[in-house]
Design a protein around this ligand. Structure first.
Ligand code: CTP
Length: 395
């Protein structure tokens, strides 16, 4: 329908980008992008009118989304070209034809379109040999400055490599390595957004490992350490995550970024705080880093000992510590953390201030300490009821 409408308006309509790639690969695709050689927004309005759909224009981007009666969404844009005032900045956009629109794209496999016109319906527009690259499972950029202009394409690239079992060709890999310096110019938000996409794929460990191999993981996440151990920890964490009944309230992808970067590195705390988006997440990050890096082994000797150190620490941080210890083979420490997490949720109040007075203790700030000692004794299993608690304070 979009193709026929375009014909009556003397415009041209194509599906473009990811949807074309996914149709060729037979992979599911969420977004349907349609590009119009003409005016994308006014076309989308006419199209929505034709099919009884609703249209939402996004004037600043020159795009519009049409929602059909059955709830499908189609994104319309005007074919355009982009140029970059400086590396890693957002591009300046001007109208153009389909060829130029395809040329501004990241990889050949994403730089194809297919005609929607009735006479040439389905005809592939493939100026850069995307189809051949797909057949060869080849990930290839269109020109040498692609990564320099937009270094988030490095993260997109390794994500596509993992998702489709593709591989960058030698030249693309060389361009990538040469673009490493421009990563620093990226905004923090853009890096984190792309990292989250990686964590939504099935095997983020593989992608992080690849980033490391390409020498750029450290550029995206300064201070992070990657090793076979980190990789194994992350893979196990992913499995553990699937099996957990109660998951932490922090966002899943953020949790993974945090957990995989668990290292003894002094930069960790800073890094985790930088990744964290909200105040509670920042606290979780700090607490996690402290427990992993700044404490001695005796803190994990018993639930009581851990309480001394961790009573004010965040529940999500404890959960991260539990998983990290479990996955790095520190079973006994992990057991203590797990038991502590469970027990501290129901600390009993067997003894009151009056009980302390009756036991001959002088009221004051020290009362808090006595009660804290009782909590530790309970956590260590030394007292199991009120009677034992009263005997404990007398002793
Ligand atoms: N694109 C690009 N450079 C980027 C981001 C996007 O050239 N940094 C282009 C690609 O042609 C891509 C299209 O814009 O196919 C749409 O981008 P997006 O929806 O983010 O990606 P998809 O390719 O659809 O991938 P996914 O399946 O992960 O959504």
């Amino acid at each position: 329908k979009a193709g026929s409408l375009a014909e009556t308006k003397n415009m041209k309509a194509y599906i473009i980008g990811g949807i074309v790639r996914d149709l060729i690969l037979g992979s599911p695709s969420e977004d349907i992008d349609i590009v119009i050689e003409g005016d994308g927004i006014s076309f989308a309005e006419a199209f929505a009118n034709d099919i009884n759909g609703t249209v939402t224009p996004h004037e600043t981007f020159g795009t519009a989304t049409v929602e059909t009666e059955n709830g499908s969404k189609l994104d319309f844009t005007t074919s355009r070209t982009e140029y970059y005032e400086k590396p890693a900045a957002l591009p300046t956009v001007v109208r153009s034809n389909i060829k130029e629109d395809l040329f501004r794209r990241d990889f050949t496999m994403n730089a194809m379109a297919a005609s929607l016109e009735p006479d040439s319906f389905g005809e592939l527009i493939d100026y850069f040999n995307g189809l051949e690259d797909i057949k060869k499972k080849n990930l290839r950029v269109l020109h040498n400055l692609s990564f320099v202009e937009d270094p988030t394409r490095i993260l997109r690239g390794i994500r596509f490599e993992a998702r489709f079992s593709f591989r960058m060709d030698e030249e693309t890999e060389a361009f990538l390595r040469h673009s490493a310096a421009s990563i620093f110019a990226l905004s923090h938000t853009r890096v984190i957004t792309e990292l989250k996409h990686i964590f939504q794929e099935t095997n983020p460990a593989e992608s992080l490992s690849r980033l490391h191999e390409l020498g750029v993981l450290n550029k995206f996440l300064p201070g992070s350490i990657w090793s076979t151990k980190t990789s194994a920890v992350l893979s196990l964490l992913l499995k553990e995550w699937e099996q957990q009944e109660t998951r932490p309230s922090i966002k899943e992808e953020w949790f993974f970024i945090t957990a995989c970067l668990y290292t003894e590195n002094a930069e960790t705390a800073k890094l985790l705080e930088a990744i964290a988006a909200t105040k509670p997440q920042k606290k979780t990050a700090r607490d996690f880093a402290v427990l992993m890096n700044d404490v001695t082994d005796d803190v994990f000797a018993s639930e009581g000992a851990l309480h001394e150190f961790a009573f004010h620490l965040d529940e999500d941080a404890l959960f991260l510590v539990f998983l990290a210890l479990l996955c790095s083979g520190e079973q006994s420490k992990a057991r203590i953390v797990h038991a502590y997490r469970t027990k501290r949720k129901k600390l009993p109040r067997w003894v009151s201030g009056d009980d302390l007075k009756a036991a001959g203790l002088t009221p004051g700030p020290a009362f808090k300490d006595y009660l804290f000692q009782l909590e530790k004794a309970f956590l260590n299993g030394e007292i199991t009821n009120r009677k034992e608690a009263l005997a404990y304070i007398k002793s």
